[in-house]
Design a protein around this ligand. Structure first.
Ligand SMILES: *Cc1c(COP(=O)(O)O)cnc(C)c1O
Length: 410
């Protein structure tokens, strides 16, 4: 007897099991299978609801399916989705204009993923070093910080200090110098006449939301200006409202030469990233020297423009700042009660859990059972980065669940 294939929807457990033999094991997801979402909430296959306190690593700053972004995407889907850059499209000029205006910079190089923006930023900095600064051929260096996270490509893992990200992937791209983060003296010592750029995250997200001392970013700005090299700020995670400002560098009133954006720029709908820079820098690229089939596609440009429009209102930055107060108050109350300490700016926190209570992973799994989704970063640190649309009440619900989990133990 033949059995007809089952048409009944598969359960979370079945779907997780089905992934195992066919999906590369490069992630260790929490055992939740999301089927739909709206705002700060996601729903799994069985209809259980969870508050999303990770927001796609800040790709979902505006929440799931923000109506203005979904509408922009729908409208564009009905007209034009892809041209390649072989032709112009009627969406790209507006996107580039609005992004340059938002960031106070001049020119935009549209790409897709964050790692591509980083790669592109490195290429542009090297080209600038040869064409404008006059560095000897193939001698350009880029100075980066220890504990950085800039993505997963071969060149980017070449200057990672995370052995898990590097081991087995050599040989590595030369031309990078690693210095401790938040250490201006070390940076000064590493910069010389070969330096094309200093590439740093204004706040190190993956490292556990590590916030440098006040004055560090101003110091990097002054040092790079004095040394005649570029300041490249990777704001792929810290940017676009997360910290209570459009850009995290604004907390120190600093404008970098090159800004790398991604994640939230795609509105949680499509991958959109960009290198945004001063004209003298980005104009080193000539036709044929760099490109991307999908970079700057009309769907991405339409969604990206709608994202910039949301940010131009200032309401998300304001909300991140206000809700950030609630977040900090809640976390402060948990210090000594399972929380060893935390770092927070805007609606973004790295929370160090007392290892006696549980690992970051165990706490994340316990929170999941309480209906709250978070993800550990390293060891005993969890990162909180909810959509900027979250209400104070929802935030208090999440903090209450954290308190419960810490009290019960993971
Ligand atoms: C996520 C991230 C990247 C890489 O972005 P992808 O879209 O995953 O390639 C680069 N830099 C920072 C700071 C990030 O957080």
């Amino acid at each position: 007897m033949t059995v007809a294939p089952s048409r009944s929807p598969r359960s979370s457990a079945e779907l997780i099991r089905a992934e195992e033999p066919v999906l590369a094991h490069n992630y260790h997801p929490l055992p939740v299978v999301v089927a739909r979402a709206e705002g700060a909430w996601v729903e799994d296959v069985e209809g259980r609801r969870y508050l999303d306190m990770l927001a796609g690593y800040s790709a979902l700053n505006f929440g799931h399916r923000h109506p203005a972004l979904i509408e922009a995407a729908h409208r564009q889907l009905d007209r034009l989705t892809l041209t390649s850059r072989a032709f112009h499209n009627d969406r790209l000029a507006r996107f580039a204009e609005s992004l340059a205006r938002l960031t106070g910079l001049d020119m935009v190089l549209p790409m897709n993923t964050g790692a591509e923006a980083v790669e592109s930023g490195i290429k542009v900095a090297r080209k600038w070093a040869y064409d404008v600064k006059g560095v000897a051929p193939d001698r350009a260096t880029v100075v980066v910080a220890a504990d950085n996270f800039h993505g997963r490509t071969t060149t980017i893992v070449s200057f990672s200090t995370d052995e898990t990200a590097r081991a087995g992937f050599g040989p590595f791209t030369p031309g990078f110098r690693v210095v401790p983060y938040n250490d201006l003296a070390a940076l000064e010592a590493a910069v010389d006449e070969t330096t094309a750029a200093v590439l740093i995250e204004p706040i190190q997200g993956e490292a556990g939301v590590v916030i440098p001392d006040d004055g560090y970013l101003r110091g990097v700005r002054e040092l790079t200006r004095r040394a005649g090299c570029l300041f490249v700020a990777d704001e792929i995670q810290s940017g676009l409202g997360r910290t209570g400002r459009t850009l995290a560098v604004e907390h120190e009133g600093v404008v970098p030469d090159v800004l790398l954006l991604g994640k939230a720029l795609g509105g949680g709908i499509v991958p959109v990233s960009a290198v945004v820079a001063r004209r003298e820098v980005l104009q080193v690229l000539n036709p044929g020297q760099h490109g991307s089939t999908f970079g700057g596609n009309p769907l991405a440009a339409a969604v990206g423009s709608a994202v910039v429009e949301l940010l131009e209102t200032g309401e998300f930055q304001r909300r991140a700042e206000e809700a950030g107060v609630v977040l900090r108050e809640g976390l402060t109350a948990l210090v000594g009660k399972g929380v060893r300490g935390f770092r927070a700016r805007g609606l973004w926190a790295g929370v160090d859990i007392d290892p006696a209570v549980g690992t970051g992973r165990e706490i994340s799994e316990s929170l999941m059972r309480e209906g709250i989704l978070v993800k550990d970063t390293h060891g005993s640190t969890i990162r909180l980065a909810p959509p900027l649309t979250i209400t104070d009440e929802e935030l208090r619900t999440a903090l209450g669940a954290l308190e419960t989990v810490l009290r019960k133990g993971a």
